[in-house]
Design a protein around this ligand. Structure first.
Ligand SMILES: Nc1nc2c(c(=O)[nH]1)N[C@H]1C(S)=C(S)[C@@H](COP(=O)(O)O)O[C@H]1N2
Ligand SMILES: [Mo]
Length: 377
């Protein structure tokens, strides 16, 4: 079975391959590098060692799809707009593209990225580091589309529907998002990194929500419906909720003690570090950092478990809610196994914690990322 150029059997074979460690980035850009996470719809993360570019290439960008998508035919495709609007109706893709274009380079991260790192283990896709990427998205502003339809003041939530359909009685991936956020920053994207939006990433149209977790970024959009109330159902009321107060394994929260996952948490990962090096010998450590805040203020590196920190250099490229690449020339002072770690601080002063807050769905894991380096004398 082939989907958007991805050979599913190859993905399944890859599932058995050992996970790459984030050391020595050298592999070529190819779908072959992607790590399929289960055998149903495509859920593939990018090996961390390949996330070294400011803009993540489309063919390396992680894929998270709840159900096998039914990619709409762009010629027959229509966007239905109904609900709390003065002029409900349908728009074709070419009509939509006549609105002023908007562009954003920003991070898309699955809320569950890093779930597989929580202990004790949690159910769900066992993402490690690579359910994240940074891309340049082109489309039209949600604001322009909704103003065109005459959105009413009574509307507070935008219900967004994709064309994917789950099997049997499985709940559909139906979502809504606060109108305030989506009017401020939301883009309906038809292009990704200068190419038509790939099928796996939601062609012909998907939602871009800069700074917010991937569950808000609806793919294969066919209908927008502004409403007074939030959407109901499993993917609003049960999934994608985070405890209001820190939890611990075994603590079950009541629904009223949970809030929706929205902004990403400040996080940094090491993508490049030597597996082996010599004491007093400099080598380059690299990585990326991002947050639900628009920018990263600093990234620090420690080789003594956080006792002391050295500031990394930030790459000059940055856009609101994009990731920031960083690099650091690191010289180990002594031989032995040295644990390196990185910690990011965002533009609002949010600091990446040593330990992510445990939560029962394993969302937004952002613990310091540790890498072992063998240092010889
Ligand atoms: N229609 C639809 N949209 C969806 C999903 C889905 O299953 N169906 N998955 C969501 C989740 S949980 C994530 S993390 C992102 C992943 O986007 P990507 O596959 O382009 O990386 O899409 C979101 N949009
Ligand atoms: Mo996700």
């Amino acid at each position: 079975m082939s989907f958007d150029g991805i050979d599913r059997r190859r993905f399944l074979l890859l599932a058995a391959a050992p996970l790459l460690v984030a050391q020595k980035a050298a592999a070529p850009h190819a779908r072959e590098s992607m790590l399929q996470m289960n055998g149903y719809a495509v859920n593939a993360e990018t090996p961390l060692a390949l996330l070294t570019e400011y803009v993540t290439p489309n063919e390396l960008f992680f894929v998270r799809s709840h159900w096998i998508p039914r990619t709409p035919d762009p010629k027959k495709w229509r966007l239905t707009i109904d609900g709390e609007v003065d002029r409900s109706g349908e728009i074709t893709l070419s009509e939509l593209k006549k609105l002023p274009h908007a562009e954003a380079t920003c991070v898309l991260q699955c809320a569950g990225n890093g779930r597989g790192l929580y202990s004790p283990p949690l159910p769900g896709v066992q993402w490690r580091y690579g359910a994240v990427g940074n891309a340049r998205w082109t489309g039209v502003r949600v604001r322009d589309v909704l103003e065109h339809a005459g959105v009413k003041p009574s509307a507070k939530h935008l219900h967004v529907f994709g064309s994917d359909d789950p099997p049997g009685k499985v709940p559909p991936f139906h979502r809504s998002i606060e109108l305030e956020k989506v009017l401020a920053d939301g883009i309906l994207a038809f292009a990704m990194n200068g190419e038509p939006l790939p099928a796996a990433h939601g062609a012909p149209l998907r939602l871009i929500v800069p700074g917010w977790a991937g569950d808000h970024w609806m793919k294969w959009i066919v209908r927008l419906s502004p409403q007074a109330e939030a959407q109901k159902g499993f993917y609003m009321e049960t999934a994608y909720r985070y405890p209001l107060t820190p939890g611990a394994p075994g603590v079950a929260f009541k629904p009223e003690e949970m809030k929706p996952v929205t902004e990403l948490f400040v996080k940094s990962n090491i993508t490049t570090a030597p597996a082996k090096t010599r004491a007093k010998h400099a080598s380059e450590i690299r990585g990326f950092a991002f947050s639900g805040a628009p920018d990263i203020a600093k990234v620090e590196i420690s080789d003594d478990d956080g006792a002391t920190w050295q500031e990394a250099s930030l790459d000059p490229r940055h856009d609101p809610y994009a990731w920031r690449l960083w690099s650091h020339r690191w010289t180990p002072s002594r031989a032995g196994t040295v644990r390196l770690c990185a910690r990011a601080t965002d533009s609002r002063g949010g600091v990446q914690p040593r330990e992510a807050t445990w939560n029962q769905s394993g969302y937004l894991q952002n613990s310091w990322h540790f890498i072992d380096v063998e240092v010889t004398a």
